[in-house]
Ligand binder design. Sequence first.
Ligand SMILES: [Zn+2]
Length: 204
Amino acid sequence: MQNISEIEELIKLISKLPGLGPKSAKRIVLKLINSRNELMKPMANSLIEVYKNVSRCKTCGALKSNSAGCNNCNSKDKKFNKICVVENIADQWSIESSNIYQGYFHILGGTLSSYSGQRKEDLLISSLVERVKKDSIEEVILATSATVEGQTTAHYIKDSLKDTKVKVSKLAQGLPVGGEIESLDDGTLFSAFKNRNYLKNNPD
Ligand SMILES: [Zn+2]
């Protein structure tokens, strides 16, 4: 696009968004330029508004409006005794929409990882320990990914909670519903074996 540096910069930024490469970024920028008043201006304003008024809650990790406060933390009228720990907000949305869980959420915003530069403080783990104590939480459910980083993080959280006496559980990993043994990858099969349930011979 005629080597205009402002446009080049915008393309570079947009192509960093998830699911977009330089080609789609160019198409988006062209669309914005062609819709200056209907799209570009309101979008620029909206970006500034979100930048100024939305931030991450330092207690539970959810996104909050700086003026209205955190929805997760303010839903104290619903009293729960469980906290489900997830890596990101999208995980919370999936669990919420499945209706399998009623309780509070805690959003880490990532995992412990030696190479991503994620710091332990950023994961709000000490704030999780505080919440467990303050809200008389009885169970913490660790719903981190079945990756090395996810499992390392789960282990670290479990360790951090050991003085609170709270019950800590972890999502079972193993055979997906409908999964055939022969089609499983090694990681899934390994975890299915490791998390196998012992079957009881009940008389009834
Ligand atoms: Zn919050």
